[in-house]
Design a protein around this ligand. Structure first.
Ligand code: PA5
Length: 428
Protein backbone atom coordinates (compact mmCIF):
# COMPACT_ATOMS: atom_id res chain seq x y z
CA UNK A 1 0.00 0.00 0.00
CA UNK A 2 3.01 2.27 0.47
CA UNK A 3 5.67 2.98 -2.08
CA UNK A 4 8.86 4.47 -0.64
CA UNK A 5 10.16 6.59 -3.49
CA UNK A 6 13.80 7.69 -3.25
CA UNK A 7 14.08 9.25 -6.69
CA UNK A 8 14.63 12.71 -5.26
CA UNK A 9 17.63 11.99 -3.03
CA UNK A 10 21.02 13.63 -3.53
CA UNK A 11 23.01 11.82 -6.23
CA UNK A 12 25.80 10.65 -3.90
CA UNK A 13 23.38 8.62 -1.76
CA UNK A 14 23.50 4.97 -2.77
CA UNK A 15 20.42 3.55 -1.04
CA UNK A 16 21.36 -0.04 -1.88
CA UNK A 17 24.66 0.39 -0.08
CA UNK A 18 23.03 2.24 2.84
CA UNK A 19 20.54 -0.62 3.33
CA UNK A 20 23.37 -3.15 3.06
CA UNK A 21 25.38 -1.30 5.74
CA UNK A 22 22.42 -1.29 8.17
CA UNK A 23 21.39 -4.89 7.49
CA UNK A 24 22.96 -6.26 10.68
CA UNK A 25 21.42 -3.66 12.98
CA UNK A 26 17.98 -3.92 11.38
CA UNK A 27 17.99 -7.67 11.71
CA UNK A 28 19.12 -7.43 15.37
CA UNK A 29 16.49 -4.84 16.33
CA UNK A 30 13.65 -6.43 14.37
CA UNK A 31 14.26 -9.69 16.25
CA UNK A 32 14.31 -7.81 19.54
CA UNK A 33 11.05 -6.01 18.65
CA UNK A 34 9.32 -9.28 17.85
CA UNK A 35 10.68 -10.94 20.99
CA UNK A 36 9.61 -7.85 22.95
CA UNK A 37 13.09 -7.40 24.35
CA UNK A 38 13.75 -3.77 23.39
CA UNK A 39 14.01 -0.75 25.68
CA UNK A 40 10.46 0.12 26.71
CA UNK A 41 9.17 -3.33 25.63
CA UNK A 42 6.39 -3.11 28.22
CA UNK A 43 4.75 -0.49 25.96
CA UNK A 44 4.66 -2.65 22.84
CA UNK A 45 0.96 -3.49 23.24
CA UNK A 46 0.10 -1.70 19.98
CA UNK A 47 2.19 -4.17 17.98
CA UNK A 48 -0.41 -6.98 18.04
CA UNK A 49 -3.44 -4.91 19.05
CA UNK A 50 -5.06 -4.78 15.56
CA UNK A 51 -5.01 -8.60 15.57
CA UNK A 52 -6.01 -8.99 19.18
CA UNK A 53 -8.81 -6.43 19.45
CA UNK A 54 -11.92 -8.41 20.32
CA UNK A 55 -15.03 -8.59 18.15
CA UNK A 56 -17.00 -7.71 21.29
CA UNK A 57 -15.12 -4.44 21.75
CA UNK A 58 -15.59 -3.48 18.09
CA UNK A 59 -19.29 -4.27 18.42
CA UNK A 60 -19.54 -2.27 21.63
CA UNK A 61 -17.87 0.75 19.98
CA UNK A 62 -20.04 0.51 16.86
CA UNK A 63 -23.17 0.06 18.97
CA UNK A 64 -22.33 3.08 21.11
CA UNK A 65 -21.61 5.15 17.99
CA UNK A 66 -24.86 4.07 16.34
CA UNK A 67 -26.86 5.04 19.39
CA UNK A 68 -25.07 8.40 19.57
CA UNK A 69 -25.66 9.09 15.88
CA UNK A 70 -29.36 8.24 16.17
CA UNK A 71 -29.76 11.11 18.66
CA UNK A 72 -28.75 13.65 16.00
CA UNK A 73 -26.56 15.64 18.38
CA UNK A 74 -24.87 18.10 16.05
CA UNK A 75 -21.62 18.84 17.94
CA UNK A 76 -18.97 16.67 19.55
CA UNK A 77 -16.34 18.23 21.75
CA UNK A 78 -13.12 16.26 22.04
CA UNK A 79 -10.99 17.15 25.06
CA UNK A 80 -7.50 15.64 24.82
CA UNK A 81 -3.93 16.57 24.04
CA UNK A 82 -0.77 15.22 22.38
CA UNK A 83 -0.82 11.58 21.40
CA UNK A 84 -4.40 11.27 22.62
CA UNK A 85 -5.47 13.94 20.11
CA UNK A 86 -3.39 14.44 16.96
CA UNK A 87 -3.85 11.12 15.16
CA UNK A 88 -7.57 11.05 15.88
CA UNK A 89 -7.87 14.46 14.24
CA UNK A 90 -5.73 13.20 11.35
CA UNK A 91 -8.09 10.27 10.72
CA UNK A 92 -11.19 12.46 10.81
CA UNK A 93 -9.68 15.05 8.45
CA UNK A 94 -8.45 12.39 6.05
CA UNK A 95 -11.74 10.52 5.86
CA UNK A 96 -14.48 13.17 6.09
CA UNK A 97 -14.33 16.43 4.11
CA UNK A 98 -14.59 19.39 6.54
CA UNK A 99 -17.63 21.01 4.93
CA UNK A 100 -19.56 17.80 4.58
CA UNK A 101 -19.95 16.49 8.12
CA UNK A 102 -23.25 15.46 9.66
CA UNK A 103 -21.69 15.93 13.10
CA UNK A 104 -19.35 18.85 13.80
CA UNK A 105 -16.25 18.03 15.77
CA UNK A 106 -14.45 20.58 17.92
CA UNK A 107 -11.21 20.00 19.77
CA UNK A 108 -9.77 21.50 22.93
CA UNK A 109 -6.09 20.56 22.62
CA UNK A 110 -4.74 23.26 24.91
CA UNK A 111 -5.75 25.96 27.34
CA UNK A 112 -5.90 29.08 25.21
CA UNK A 113 -8.47 31.21 27.04
CA UNK A 114 -9.83 33.14 24.03
CA UNK A 115 -10.36 29.88 22.16
CA UNK A 116 -12.05 28.17 25.11
CA UNK A 117 -14.19 31.23 25.80
CA UNK A 118 -15.52 31.48 22.26
CA UNK A 119 -16.12 27.73 21.94
CA UNK A 120 -18.04 27.82 25.21
CA UNK A 121 -20.11 30.75 23.92
CA UNK A 122 -20.94 28.78 20.78
CA UNK A 123 -21.88 25.61 22.68
CA UNK A 124 -24.07 27.57 25.08
CA UNK A 125 -26.42 27.98 22.10
CA UNK A 126 -25.97 24.54 20.54
CA UNK A 127 -26.54 20.90 21.32
CA UNK A 128 -23.34 19.04 22.26
CA UNK A 129 -21.67 15.97 23.75
CA UNK A 130 -18.22 15.53 25.26
CA UNK A 131 -15.51 12.95 24.61
CA UNK A 132 -12.68 13.26 27.12
CA UNK A 133 -9.52 11.26 26.48
CA UNK A 134 -6.54 10.94 28.79
CA UNK A 135 -4.48 7.81 29.33
CA UNK A 136 -2.97 9.05 32.57
CA UNK A 137 -6.27 10.58 33.58
CA UNK A 138 -4.43 13.49 35.10
CA UNK A 139 -2.91 15.63 32.32
CA UNK A 140 -3.57 19.17 33.41
CA UNK A 141 -4.79 20.71 30.12
CA UNK A 142 -7.65 18.28 29.38
CA UNK A 143 -8.50 18.12 33.10
CA UNK A 144 -8.92 21.91 33.25
CA UNK A 145 -10.94 22.13 30.02
CA UNK A 146 -13.19 19.31 31.21
CA UNK A 147 -14.16 21.38 34.24
CA UNK A 148 -15.23 24.31 32.04
CA UNK A 149 -17.22 22.27 29.54
CA UNK A 150 -18.76 19.80 32.00
CA UNK A 151 -20.00 22.72 34.04
CA UNK A 152 -21.68 24.03 30.88
CA UNK A 153 -23.07 20.59 30.10
CA UNK A 154 -24.78 20.17 33.47
CA UNK A 155 -26.02 23.76 33.36
CA UNK A 156 -27.72 22.99 30.05
CA UNK A 157 -28.89 19.41 30.54
CA UNK A 158 -28.63 18.61 34.28
CA UNK A 159 -26.48 15.90 35.86
CA UNK A 160 -28.83 13.06 34.89
CA UNK A 161 -29.00 13.76 31.13
CA UNK A 162 -25.30 14.67 31.11
CA UNK A 163 -24.54 11.01 31.89
CA UNK A 164 -25.64 10.24 28.34
CA UNK A 165 -23.51 13.00 26.89
CA UNK A 166 -20.03 12.24 28.20
CA UNK A 167 -17.75 9.41 27.24
CA UNK A 168 -14.40 9.06 29.02
CA UNK A 169 -11.56 7.11 27.41
CA UNK A 170 -8.85 6.46 29.96
CA UNK A 171 -6.89 3.95 32.00
CA UNK A 172 -9.06 1.44 33.83
CA UNK A 173 -7.00 1.67 36.97
CA UNK A 174 -4.99 4.91 37.16
CA UNK A 175 -5.65 8.65 37.39
CA UNK A 176 -8.51 10.83 38.47
CA UNK A 177 -10.56 10.68 35.25
CA UNK A 178 -11.70 7.12 35.88
CA UNK A 179 -12.73 8.09 39.42
CA UNK A 180 -14.84 10.99 38.12
CA UNK A 181 -16.31 8.86 35.32
CA UNK A 182 -17.36 6.16 37.80
CA UNK A 183 -18.82 8.63 40.28
CA UNK A 184 -20.91 10.37 37.63
CA UNK A 185 -21.79 7.20 35.75
CA UNK A 186 -20.31 8.19 32.42
CA UNK A 187 -19.80 5.74 29.61
CA UNK A 188 -16.16 4.58 29.66
CA UNK A 189 -13.78 2.86 27.28
CA UNK A 190 -10.38 1.74 28.51
CA UNK A 191 -6.91 2.24 27.08
CA UNK A 192 -4.67 -0.83 27.42
CA UNK A 193 -1.89 -0.14 29.94
CA UNK A 194 0.78 -1.27 27.46
CA UNK A 195 -0.15 1.30 24.77
CA UNK A 196 1.07 4.91 25.06
CA UNK A 197 -0.62 8.06 23.72
CA UNK A 198 1.00 8.48 20.30
CA UNK A 199 0.60 4.74 19.57
CA UNK A 200 -3.02 4.58 20.67
CA UNK A 201 -5.20 5.70 17.74
CA UNK A 202 -6.05 2.11 16.77
CA UNK A 203 -7.50 1.39 20.23
CA UNK A 204 -10.58 3.11 21.80
CA UNK A 205 -8.69 6.46 21.92
CA UNK A 206 -9.16 6.78 18.17
CA UNK A 207 -11.79 4.18 17.34
CA UNK A 208 -14.57 5.51 19.60
CA UNK A 209 -14.59 9.13 18.32
CA UNK A 210 -13.96 7.95 14.74
CA UNK A 211 -16.99 5.64 14.89
CA UNK A 212 -19.10 8.41 16.44
CA UNK A 213 -18.17 10.61 13.48
CA UNK A 214 -19.24 7.86 11.08
CA UNK A 215 -15.89 6.38 10.04
CA UNK A 216 -15.67 2.69 9.20
CA UNK A 217 -13.45 1.42 12.01
CA UNK A 218 -13.31 -2.12 10.64
CA UNK A 219 -11.56 -0.76 7.54
CA UNK A 220 -9.11 1.16 9.72
CA UNK A 221 -8.18 -2.07 11.47
CA UNK A 222 -8.02 -3.87 8.10
CA UNK A 223 -5.41 -1.32 6.94
CA UNK A 224 -3.42 -1.72 10.15
CA UNK A 225 -3.45 -5.50 9.77
CA UNK A 226 -2.06 -5.19 6.24
CA UNK A 227 0.73 -2.93 7.53
CA UNK A 228 1.40 -5.35 10.37
CA UNK A 229 1.91 -8.14 7.85
CA UNK A 230 4.07 -6.04 5.49
CA UNK A 231 6.25 -4.63 8.27
CA UNK A 232 6.82 -7.97 9.98
CA UNK A 233 9.41 -8.91 7.36
CA UNK A 234 12.82 -8.79 9.02
CA UNK A 235 14.79 -8.32 5.79
CA UNK A 236 15.47 -4.67 5.12
CA UNK A 237 15.07 -5.10 1.34
CA UNK A 238 11.47 -6.20 1.90
CA UNK A 239 10.45 -3.85 4.69
CA UNK A 240 9.79 -0.25 3.62
CA UNK A 241 9.11 0.89 7.21
CA UNK A 242 12.61 -0.20 8.21
CA UNK A 243 14.11 1.27 5.03
CA UNK A 244 12.62 4.63 5.92
CA UNK A 245 13.96 4.36 9.50
CA UNK A 246 17.42 3.60 8.15
CA UNK A 247 17.38 6.50 5.69
CA UNK A 248 16.44 8.92 8.49
CA UNK A 249 19.25 7.60 10.64
CA UNK A 250 21.68 7.88 7.71
CA UNK A 251 20.69 11.52 7.08
CA UNK A 252 21.11 12.30 10.77
CA UNK A 253 24.30 10.48 11.59
CA UNK A 254 26.25 10.45 8.30
CA UNK A 255 25.03 13.55 6.49
CA UNK A 256 24.66 15.58 9.71
CA UNK A 257 21.13 16.75 8.90
CA UNK A 258 19.43 18.06 12.01
CA UNK A 259 15.88 18.62 10.77
CA UNK A 260 13.25 16.52 9.04
CA UNK A 261 10.48 18.47 7.33
CA UNK A 262 7.28 16.44 7.03
CA UNK A 263 5.24 17.84 4.15
CA UNK A 264 1.97 17.33 2.37
CA UNK A 265 0.21 19.04 -0.53
CA UNK A 266 -3.25 18.04 0.68
CA UNK A 267 -5.21 19.95 3.33
CA UNK A 268 -6.83 16.75 4.56
CA UNK A 269 -3.41 15.29 5.40
CA UNK A 270 -2.05 18.21 7.41
CA UNK A 271 -3.00 16.63 10.74
CA UNK A 272 -1.36 13.40 9.70
CA UNK A 273 1.93 15.22 9.29
CA UNK A 274 1.25 16.90 12.65
CA UNK A 275 0.96 13.37 14.02
CA UNK A 276 4.34 12.53 12.46
CA UNK A 277 5.88 15.58 14.14
CA UNK A 278 4.46 14.32 17.43
CA UNK A 279 5.40 10.68 16.89
CA UNK A 280 9.01 11.23 15.87
CA UNK A 281 9.64 14.22 18.15
CA UNK A 282 8.43 12.52 21.32
CA UNK A 283 9.84 9.10 20.49
CA UNK A 284 13.35 10.15 19.46
CA UNK A 285 14.18 13.56 20.90
CA UNK A 286 15.88 12.47 24.12
CA UNK A 287 19.34 12.36 25.65
CA UNK A 288 20.41 15.30 23.45
CA UNK A 289 19.85 13.29 20.29
CA UNK A 290 17.34 13.06 17.44
CA UNK A 291 16.20 14.85 14.30
CA UNK A 292 14.08 17.91 14.95
CA UNK A 293 10.74 17.25 13.21
CA UNK A 294 8.80 20.10 11.69
CA UNK A 295 6.06 20.37 9.09
CA UNK A 296 5.38 22.14 5.80
CA UNK A 297 1.83 22.64 4.62
CA UNK A 298 2.12 22.96 0.86
CA UNK A 299 1.58 24.81 -1.34
CA UNK A 300 0.93 27.64 1.12
CA UNK A 301 4.29 27.17 2.88
CA UNK A 302 6.13 27.49 -0.44
CA UNK A 303 5.39 31.17 0.09
CA UNK A 304 7.05 31.23 3.52
CA UNK A 305 9.56 28.56 4.60
CA UNK A 306 9.76 27.54 0.93
CA UNK A 307 12.36 30.28 0.67
CA UNK A 308 14.47 28.66 3.41
CA UNK A 309 14.01 25.15 2.06
CA UNK A 310 15.18 26.26 -1.37
CA UNK A 311 17.97 28.55 -0.37
CA UNK A 312 18.71 28.54 3.37
CA UNK A 313 21.04 26.48 5.61
CA UNK A 314 21.28 22.90 4.28
CA UNK A 315 20.43 21.33 7.64
CA UNK A 316 17.32 19.37 6.68
CA UNK A 317 15.78 16.78 4.43
CA UNK A 318 12.09 16.41 3.57
CA UNK A 319 9.63 13.55 3.87
CA UNK A 320 6.50 14.03 1.79
CA UNK A 321 3.25 12.14 2.15
CA UNK A 322 2.04 11.87 -1.44
CA UNK A 323 -1.44 10.76 -2.46
CA UNK A 324 -1.48 9.67 -6.10
CA UNK A 325 -5.17 10.08 -6.77
CA UNK A 326 -7.41 12.76 -5.30
CA UNK A 327 -10.77 11.29 -4.23
CA UNK A 328 -12.57 14.20 -5.90
CA UNK A 329 -11.29 16.45 -8.64
CA UNK A 330 -12.31 19.39 -10.82
CA UNK A 331 -11.41 20.14 -14.43
CA UNK A 332 -10.59 23.66 -15.66
CA UNK A 333 -12.69 25.02 -18.53
CA UNK A 334 -12.29 27.93 -20.93
CA UNK A 335 -12.87 31.26 -19.15
CA UNK A 336 -12.04 35.00 -19.16
CA UNK A 337 -11.12 34.92 -22.90
CA UNK A 338 -7.61 33.98 -21.68
CA UNK A 339 -7.14 37.51 -20.25
CA UNK A 340 -5.38 35.82 -17.32
CA UNK A 341 -3.10 33.97 -19.79
CA UNK A 342 -4.06 30.73 -18.10
CA UNK A 343 -5.73 28.84 -20.93
CA UNK A 344 -2.93 26.27 -20.69
CA UNK A 345 -4.72 24.80 -17.65
CA UNK A 346 -7.82 23.91 -19.71
CA UNK A 347 -8.66 20.19 -19.47
CA UNK A 348 -6.19 19.74 -16.61
CA UNK A 349 -7.55 19.10 -13.11
CA UNK A 350 -6.81 20.83 -9.80
CA UNK A 351 -5.28 17.56 -8.56
CA UNK A 352 -3.00 17.28 -11.59
CA UNK A 353 -1.76 20.83 -11.09
CA UNK A 354 -1.17 20.18 -7.38
CA UNK A 355 0.90 17.11 -8.36
CA UNK A 356 2.88 19.25 -10.81
CA UNK A 357 3.52 21.80 -8.00
CA UNK A 358 4.87 18.95 -5.87
CA UNK A 359 7.10 17.54 -8.61
CA UNK A 360 8.42 20.99 -9.56
CA UNK A 361 9.24 21.81 -5.93
CA UNK A 362 11.08 18.52 -5.36
CA UNK A 363 13.06 19.20 -8.56
CA UNK A 364 13.89 22.74 -7.47
CA UNK A 365 14.86 21.65 -3.95
CA UNK A 366 17.11 18.90 -5.28
CA UNK A 367 18.61 20.35 -8.46
CA UNK A 368 18.93 24.00 -7.43
CA UNK A 369 18.91 23.75 -3.63
CA UNK A 370 20.73 20.42 -3.20
CA UNK A 371 18.33 18.96 -0.62
CA UNK A 372 16.73 15.51 -0.63
CA UNK A 373 13.11 14.44 -0.44
CA UNK A 374 11.87 11.00 0.60
CA UNK A 375 8.39 10.28 -0.77
CA UNK A 376 5.89 8.06 1.02
CA UNK A 377 3.37 7.40 -1.73
CA UNK A 378 -0.15 6.00 -1.28
CA UNK A 379 -2.79 5.50 -3.98
CA UNK A 380 -5.69 7.20 -2.24
CA UNK A 381 -6.89 8.35 1.16
CA UNK A 382 -9.56 6.44 3.07
CA UNK A 383 -9.97 4.57 6.36
CA UNK A 384 -7.89 1.59 5.24
CA UNK A 385 -5.00 3.82 4.16
CA UNK A 386 -5.12 5.71 7.45
CA UNK A 387 -4.89 2.43 9.39
CA UNK A 388 -2.01 1.30 7.20
CA UNK A 389 -0.05 4.55 7.44
CA UNK A 390 -0.58 4.84 11.17
CA UNK A 391 0.73 1.35 11.88
CA UNK A 392 3.55 1.61 9.31
CA UNK A 393 4.91 4.80 10.88
CA UNK A 394 4.58 3.33 14.40
CA UNK A 395 6.75 0.43 13.33
CA UNK A 396 9.19 2.72 11.56
CA UNK A 397 9.65 5.08 14.50
CA UNK A 398 10.32 2.12 16.78
CA UNK A 399 13.20 0.96 14.58
CA UNK A 400 14.40 4.49 14.08
CA UNK A 401 14.50 5.24 17.83
CA UNK A 402 16.31 1.96 18.49
CA UNK A 403 18.98 2.87 15.92
CA UNK A 404 19.58 5.94 18.10
CA UNK A 405 19.67 3.74 21.19
CA UNK A 406 16.51 5.40 22.59
CA UNK A 407 13.47 4.05 24.37
CA UNK A 408 10.79 4.89 21.75
CA UNK A 409 7.92 4.89 24.21
CA UNK A 410 8.79 7.21 27.07
CA UNK A 411 8.70 11.02 27.17
CA UNK A 412 10.66 12.18 30.22
CA UNK A 413 10.80 15.77 28.93
CA UNK A 414 7.01 15.97 28.70
CA UNK A 415 6.62 14.57 32.19
CA UNK A 416 9.09 17.21 33.45
CA UNK A 417 7.01 20.16 32.22
CA UNK A 418 3.77 18.56 33.46
CA UNK A 419 5.17 18.35 37.00
CA UNK A 420 6.58 21.89 37.04
CA UNK A 421 3.33 23.32 35.69
CA UNK A 422 1.25 21.73 38.45
CA UNK A 423 3.75 22.87 41.10
CA UNK A 424 3.68 26.43 39.75
CA UNK A 425 -0.13 26.61 39.60
CA UNK A 426 -0.29 25.48 43.23
CA UNK A 427 2.27 28.13 44.23
CA UNK A 428 0.38 31.01 42.61
O1 PA5 B 1 2.26 10.28 23.28
C1 PA5 B 1 2.14 10.53 24.46
O2 PA5 B 1 2.29 9.66 25.34
C2 PA5 B 1 1.78 11.92 24.94
O3 PA5 B 1 1.76 12.82 23.88
C3 PA5 B 1 0.43 11.88 25.64
O4 PA5 B 1 -0.53 11.38 24.75
C4 PA5 B 1 -0.01 13.27 26.10
O5 PA5 B 1 0.96 13.79 26.98
C5 PA5 B 1 -1.36 13.21 26.80
O6 PA5 B 1 -1.32 12.30 27.85
P1 PA5 B 1 -2.62 11.67 28.47
O7 PA5 B 1 -3.33 10.88 27.44
O8 PA5 B 1 -2.13 10.82 29.59
O9 PA5 B 1 -3.48 12.82 28.96
Amino acid sequence: MINLNVKYLEKNINTKKVFEDYKGNVSKYSNLIDEKKIKGAEMLGWLDYPKEISKDLIQEIEGYAKKFRSKNIKNILVISIGGSYTALRAAVDMCIPPYNRDVNIYYVPGISSNYIYSLKQKLEKEDFSIIVISKSGGTIEPAISLRIFYELLIKKYGVEESKNRVVAITSETKGSLIKIAKKYNWKTFFIPEDIGGRFSALCPVGLVPMAMLGLDIKNIIKGALKARKDTSNKTIEKNTAYQYAVLRHYFYSKLRKKIEVFGSYDEENFYFIEHLKQLFGESEGKNHKGLFPTIARYTTDLHSIGQFLQDGSPIFFETLLIVKNANKDLKFKKLFDDLDNLDYVIQKTVGEINNIACKSTMEAHLLDGGSSTIQIVVEKIDEETFGYLYYWFSKSVTMSALLLNQNPFDQPGVEAYKKRMIDNIKKK
